[in-house]
Design a protein around this ligand. Structure first.
Ligand code: SF4
Length: 430
């Protein structure tokens, strides 16, 4: 059972990808260690972002934060990815899920605001986030209105199946995923620029939200596009003048050199054959035309899936296990202590480790290097190989990790002081 509220690790990412139909990440698509090292293990719809990059079209990158507790290393990689997309020119939006923390964590909106700004946003700015849209769900009439409109696309039994809600679940809790759907999709509303590819980096445990969001985006479209090899079928949703919309689809298909195979106005369906490499362009161009008739012609958002960082004592690094996490707000000495008492992939005795070598692929300390402490691939490879060979032992390896972490946190703390001065550039009226 994978969901955002469980505290377990994912035992097998390949199996997860297969079971949930998550795509592989094509090699060489982005020059980032998160992709090269397989920290991002899967994706949905990444071809839309690839298309934007190739054709110099701006795309959105969207993330959210739940203001409850500390920003820790487990949440940092999503921000690393957002910073990477910002460096590529993406338009960044960050939502504070304060309505969700009000409903599910019993936090007042004031407290949630305070945590979001002082524990998260200052760290984002200190890490290098440039000015972007940063808003609170409770302030955004636009998001709340959209959540209500989109709630028409889903029923309670579907919400129960995805999230495990019960008849006794509070309505605010049940509504939270729909507000998150609106968070992700509202960046494509007319006031925000209209239909546009959007990348949403998430942890492996957030897939239910992403699948629901993609489904709702598609259900809200006038043109529903499906492919079977070289054949594309476009059906027109019931709310619209089917003849007129089919004419539009027909014209666009011909413009992109598709050959019309059949058209049935009674079934509101047209099918054509053509180059499947044109799938993104066809969808984008139809969405743009559609947006003249349908206020919310959304492109289903793309997602990248990150491995969950293992906690220092095992399991997933999570706010619910403070002894197992390193917060970005920890004092450097605290973090040093935590790393020195972390579980490792080492053997029972030094002798055994020298003979058999360690197991870096099962080691939370090695994960710290891979996710955060070793930007240089050569350096990371050397740690991996010397650990396996038994020449690197856990004591010195943890000391080195602790020292790198100490430096990182001390530097971040200094940058946080400068970041405090810049908060007004990010937080404004909605
Ligand atoms: S030597 Fe380092 S990487 Fe290897 S098991 Fe020990 S702590 Fe982990």
């Amino acid at each position: 059972m994978i969901n955002p509220w469980s505290s377990g690790q994912v035992p097998d990412y390949d199996r997860l990808r297969e079971d949930f139909g998550i795509g592989d990440v094509p090699k060489g698509i982005f020059d980032s260690s998160l992709f090269r090292r397989g920290i991002i293990f899967g994706q949905r719809g990444l071809e839309y972002i690839e298309y934007c990059m190739k054709n110099e079209i701006q795309f959105n990158a969207m993330t959210g934060l739940m203001p409850s507790g500390e920003m820790h290393l487990g949440n940092k990689s999503v921000m690393d990815q957002i910073l990477f997309y910002q460096s590529l020119g993406a338009k960044i939006t960050i939502a504070v899920a304060d309505l969700e923390s009000y409903g599910t964590r019993n936090l007042s909106l004031e407290k949630a605001r305070d945590i979001a700004i002082n524990k998260y946003l200052v760290n984002y700015i200190a890490m290098g986030l440039k000015p972007c849209r940063f808003y609170f769900q409770s302030d955004s009439a636009r998001v709340q209105r959209l959540a209500l409109i989109l709630s028409n696309e889903v029923n309670f039994s579907e919400m129960k199946a995805i999230y495990g809600f019960e008849n006794s679940s509070p309505m605010l809790h049940i509504n939270s995923p729909l507000v998150q759907v609106a968070d992700i999709l509202h960046v494509q509303s007319p006031e925000m620029g209209g239909p546009s590819p959007t990348i949403v980096p998430v942890g492996a445990d957030q897939d239910p939200h992403l699948r629901l969001t993609r489904d709702i985006a598609n259900r809200h479209r006038v043109f529903n596009i499906s492919w079977e090899r070289e054949t594309v079928k476009i059906s027109v949703s019931g709310k619209y003048d089917s003849r007129k919309m089919l004419d539009i689809a027909n014209e666009k298909l011909l413009e992109l050199n598709f050959k019309i195979v059949s058209r049935n106005d009674n079934y509101r369906l047209i099918s054509a054959m053509g180059d499947i490499d044109n799938n993104v362009r066809l969808d984008l161009e139809l969405a743009l035309i559609e947006s003249k008739y349908n206020e919310h012609a959304f492109i289903a958002p793309s997602a990248t899936y990150q491995k969950l960082l293992t906690g220092l004592k095992g399991g997933k690094m999570s706010s619910s296990k403070p002894e197992s996490l390193i917060s970005l707000n920890d004092k450097p000495e605290e973090a040093v202590k935590k790393i020195k008492s972390a579980t490792t992939g080492g053997r029972a005795t030094v002798e055994e480790q020298r003979i058999k070598g360690g197991e870096p692929d099962k080691c939370p300390v090695f994960e710290l290097y891979s996710f955060h402490l070793s930007p240089d691939d050569k350096d990371l490879n050397e740690i991996h190989e010397t650990c396996k060979a038994g020449t690197l032992l856990c004591g010195p390896c943890k000391s080195e990790a602790a020292e790198r972490m100490r430096k990182f946190l001390a530097d971040l703390s200094e940058k946080r002081n400068e970041a405090m001065e810049k908060i007004s550039l990010y937080v404004g009226d909605e």
